[in-house]
Write a protein that binds this ligand. Sequence first.
Ligand SMILES: Nc1nonc1C(=O)NC1CCNCC1
Length: 250
Amino acid sequence: MRLGVVTLFPSMFHVLWDSGVTGRALKRGIVGLNLWNPRDFTHDRHRTVDDRPYGGGPGMVMGVQPLRDAIHAGRAELGEGCRVLYLSPQGRRLDQAGLEALATQKALLFVAGRYEGVDERLVDVEIDEEWSIGDYVLSGGELAAMVMIDGLVRLLPGALGATESAQQDSFVNGLLDCPHYTRPEVIEGRRVPSVLLSGNHEAIRRWRLKQALGRTWLKRPDLLSGRILNLEQQHLLAEFIREYQAEYGE
Ligand SMILES: Nc1nonc1C(=O)NC1CCNCC1
C-alpha cells in the first residue's frame, strides 16, 4: 500500500518512521509514505498558505492554490487510482470496519487541514472521502491522519509480528479486548486468573472470549446490538451475565 499526506507540518510524521509497527512496516516496504507540504507549492515571497474567508469572521482558510497543487502532486505520484481522504469532524466516523475497507485500497492520499478548514469547492472537486476520528475539534488533521495510518498499517499482511497478531484478533471480531496479565502473579493482593496459569489453551481461549463478550456487554452494549452470536458466544455471554449478576446483583 502507498500512503501520502498533504500537510503543513511534515515533521509530525517522523514518529511513524521512528517506532513500532509503522516504523517496521515502512522499513520492510510493506507500506510507503510520502509527504507534500503546500508551502512548497507557494509562489509568493512570504510562502503564504492561508487566506481570508469570504464573508469575514474569525480565523483563516487554507489557501487554495498551494493546497490544490500539493494534492495534484500527490495524486500524480500515487497514481490516479488513489483515494483522496480529507480529515474533518464532518467526515464518516472512523471505526475498525472503516479501516478494514480502506486497507483494501492500493493508495491513499490524506489531506490534513489546518485553520478553519478547506474551501468547500476544493472538497467537492478534489476529495473522494471525508473521515473523522471523533466528535471533537483538533488543531489540524495531522493527528487524525496518523491515527488512521497506524490503524491501517496494522491490517497489512506482514505488518504485525506473530506475537502481536493475537491482539489484533481480539478486537477485529468487533468485541472489546479481553483483560491481559503479566508477571508478577500477585499485585496488591490481586491474583492472575488461575485459568491463565493452567496451560489449558482451549480453556484459556474460552475464558478470553467470555471476558471479551462480557466486557462488551458491560461497556459497549451497542457493539452487540444487531449482532448474531454463535452458540458458543451465546453460552459464554449468558454465563458471564449470570456470574456478574450473582456478584453485583444487577
Ligand atoms: N475530529 C477530527 N477528525 O478528523 N479531523 C478532525 C478535526 O478536528 N480536524 C480539525 C478541524 C478544524 N480545523 C483543523 C482540523
